[in-house]
Design a protein around this ligand. Sequence first.
Ligand SMILES: Cc1cc2nc3c(=O)[nH]c(=O)nc-3n(C[C@H](O)[C@H](O)[C@H](O)COP(=O)(O)OP(=O)(O)OC[C@H]3O[C@@H](n4cnc5c(N)ncnc54)[C@H](O)[C@@H]3O)c2cc1C
Length: 432
Amino acid sequence: MTRIVVLGGGFAGLEAMRVLERRLGARPDVELLLVSDRNHLLFTPLLPQVASSLVEPRHIVQPVRDIRGARRFRFRRDRVVDIDLGGRRVLLAEGEVAYDRLVIAVGSVTPSFGVPGVDRYALAYKSLEDAIVVRDHLIDLVEHADHEPDPAVRRRLLTVCVVGGGATGVELIAELEDLFRSYVVPRYRGIRPDEPRLLLLEAGREILRGVHPALAARARRRLRREGIEVRTDTQVTRVEPETVELAGGMAIAAGLVIWAAGVTGHPLLAGLAVPHDRLGRLMVDGHLRLPGYPEVYGAGDAVTVDGKPEASVPIIPAALAHGRLVAENIVAELSGRPLRTIDFAPRGMLVSLGEKHAVVEIMGLRFSGYPAWLFWNALHLVKLVGLRKQVQVALDWSLARVFPRDSAMMRPAARCPICARTAAQGLGARAA
Ligand SMILES: Cc1cc2nc3c(=O)[nH]c(=O)nc-3n(C[C@H](O)[C@H](O)[C@H](O)COP(=O)(O)OP(=O)(O)OC[C@H]3O[C@@H](n4cnc5c(N)ncnc54)[C@H](O)[C@@H]3O)c2cc1C
């Protein structure tokens, strides 16, 4: 019996498992096991729309067990705590499993770059729960600001800083601006239209690095027109309760700081005695194998392909291409055929800029505005896994044209990590 174990039920891991299941699922001498700490695939491109209450959280996740072919592979919801490469076993929170072939596809994490206070006082923005916490925290701030008599406190409560001017930060700030303009200002009588303040802070010289400069400039102009303050060459040096400190000594009083800056290797992989890149991601060869361990493959955000930066970009199409290739190479290996080398380069970039606006670069074509927004929506709807989720998201978008967004807080404020910390220290208006 050959046991093939895939770690991580994200885009790379699930794609690998889907191909393996199709090619090997009927073979009695092969056992397929997927291990992931979440029992669903999260469709990250729509996370900003969860944070802005446009789309329901459940509508952007697909349970692993509902995925076609799932009955022909085993799924175990468990957390990987270590990988014993020499002993060919994976240590889990609830036991261990041995493997003959292993695919490591546990994704990445957002680095804090050692900036003090990020882990305690900035909200993360990576998982579904993060998006729900961002949404609830923001609505809680608005609820407080609505009856706050002191204009300076109100101003602080209504100031949101997103740190990181990549596509993730840009899409998030644009969605939050929509939420303020289309929902908060018309419904909260205590809040004036000019009071909410949204800032995008980027340490580099430009936002949207990797996007064509003309499109990045268009995006920047669009954000500015919407009243969003875009600050480039701006390095955050510390996050305090309700304050962001910048290099040069300036400080911004902010009710909410969201950290959306960069990608770094998964901490689980840091201890493995194999080469890593400068971001802490595992180095794999062109066949996506770990040097020195030909039975171990890596895929998705967790890895970087040696000598091929274009194949190592942390985006969904790259994760899917990796997932497919590792599965095909495992099948080839088991049938004695030669392995294939990764051949992937991003074919474009799509960045949503909120309601009715986007910038798109695809196969050499560049466009922006409403047509780009329609293209962004259509493409992401098609890419959502499963007809049910596609219908649910399409309905959410359609209903938002007729009905207001839903501002019901889903978690009590006390369960918000930031509120709990500031309250414990007796700091801030929200702690009272
Ligand atoms: C907010 C946001 C928006 C994005 N928008 C886009 C976009 O519009 N377009 C685009 O192309 N890319 C986008 N990305 C990037 C894209 O989501 C990633 O490139 C992609 O998810 C990488 O796939 P992956 O399978 O490597 O990792 P992931 O999809 O992150 O999957 C990793 C899996 O491993 C599991 N896991 C992690 N640790 C453990 C552990 N210890 N034990 C068990 N399981 C574990 C996780 O639960 C998860 O299921 C976005 C990312 C974010 C955060």
